[in-house]
Design a protein around this ligand. Structure first.
Ligand SMILES: [Zn+2]
Length: 400
């Protein structure tokens, strides 16, 4: 088979095996180049192939390489490398980490691209993000693989200048369209056949579901809640006005802005994701203090199938997580609103697998802080915020 036919056959094999990748596979421009060791890609959907060394590759081996290149492009590995300001000395380690992310998504029975790293080789489980493999994985020393600037953004000697015409490569705009298309095809494929690999599905979902960072959403809700309560300036008769003594028998009201009473009901049933729970609590802690509410004055009710005693703690990490049974948070909510003074704002932190009261507590604004990727529905009367793995996790790792 001549090289061109061989590439066409490989592309067809790849599109047949991974139909949701077809629009990306057919956007690839193949450029023969002898400077390339075997095969490498750039950021413009160009794949440089050394025909001499790749000529004896079986169709499926070449097909997997094309799928692999498409993976680097769709997942934006080059821009992710720029985001963490990848050092040239870390380049091969980065390629290994990105390859491990991609190799998760090959179907059973398909060989990994030659010399590419698997999660196992980096000493970590499957289905992690590339950045996790990069920061936490072990370094391979025996083998190195350079997939090209498609994987790390560092220009290679064979890279051609950015394309001026469509036939020379894919522009940034077109790249975005291809990514959207593949993402929706991957979801549709999963609906119809249920066989889109998990990592691919996660990528497609995150691309197509615009994610508002839960931190800013939670911040907005809490600030709004606190402002409404403290802003409700109240002519209170509780503390007599100091002019009382000169006025005769009429009790004069005193103007005061009440400090909001905030309580938290915390789901401590066995199913909670502890890492996200800790994230959510420390965020709540920080937000309340910037909103003028000291965490010490917040009552925390742990609850599984029964409510625990209210705890007052100095910071979120001091909360004793008592529980571990089944879940009925309506008990915790009842305990919280029956404690005097009753809360103005009640945060219910849970994974959502619980019974809820049928009607909202009177006089208490209640917000469900739902921890986990895909929490169940909540009653209409309940405000909700979903706390899930942040889209900016990459940066968190980079900072460590
Ligand atoms: Zn690669």
């Amino acid at each position: 088979m001549n090289p061109k036919d061989q590439i066409s056959a490989a592309r067809l094999w790849a599109a047949y095996s991974y139909p949701y990748l077809a629009s990306a596979l057919f956007a690839l421009r193949v450029v023969p180049d002898e400077k390339v060791d075997q095969i490498a890609g750039d950021e413009y959907f160009r794949v440089y192939i050394n025909y001499d060394s790749a000529s004896d590759w079986p169709v499926d081996v070449l097909g997997v390489e094309l799928i692999h290149q498409v993976g680097h492009l769709l997942r934006g590995h080059a821009s992710r490398a720029r985001e963490i300001e990848l050092r040239t000395s870390d380049l091969y380690r980065w390629v290994d980490a990105m390859d491990a992310e991609l190799n998760d998504d090959l179907l059973d029975g398909h060989a990994l691209p030659k010399g590419s790293a698997s999660p196992e080789e980096l000493g970590l489980p499957e289905s992690l993000f590339g950045e996790e493999y990069f920061y936490r994985g072990t370094t391979r020393t025996a083998t190195q693989r350079d997939c090209g600037s498609s994987a790390h953004g560092n220009p290679r000697p064979w890279d051609q200048p950015p394309p001026r015409q469509r036939k020379d490569g894919v522009t940034a705009e077109e790249k975005e369209l291809i990514r959207q298309r593949v993402a929706s095809d991957a979801l549709a494929h999963h609906r119809n056949h249920g066989s889109t690999p998990a990592g691919m599905l996660r990528w497609a979902n995150s691309l197509l579901t615009p994610q508002v960072d839960w931190r800013s959403e939670l911040g907005a809700k809490l600030r709004q809640g606190i402002a409404e309560i403290t802003g409700a300036v109240d002519y209170s008769y509780q503390r007599p006005n100091r002019r009382q003594s000169v006025a005769s028998r009429v009790i004069l009201p005193n103007l005061r802005a009440p400090a909001p009473e905030v309580s938290i009901v915390l789901d401590t049933s066995a199913s909670m994701n502890e890492e996200l729970l800790a994230d959510a609590l420390s965020e709540i802690d920080g937000l309340l203090s910037t909103g003028g509410v000291r965490f010490e004055s917040v009552r925390v009710f742990t609850c599984d199938s029964e409510a625990g005693f209210p705890q007052k703690v100095r910071k979120a990490s001091d909360i004793q997580l008592i529980g571990g049974g089944g879940t009925d948070l309506s008990q915790g909510i009842l305990a919280a609103v029956q404690t005097r003074p009753s809360p103005d704002l009640l945060l219910v932190v849970t994974d959502g697998g619980t019974l809820w009261p049928e009607s909202p507590p009177r006089r208490t604004r209640t917000v469900a802080v739902l921890v986990g990727e895909d929490p169940p529905n909540t009653p209409d009367w309940l405000e909700r915020i979903v706390v899930k793995e942040s889209v900016n996790r990459n940066r968190d790792w980079a900072a460590k």
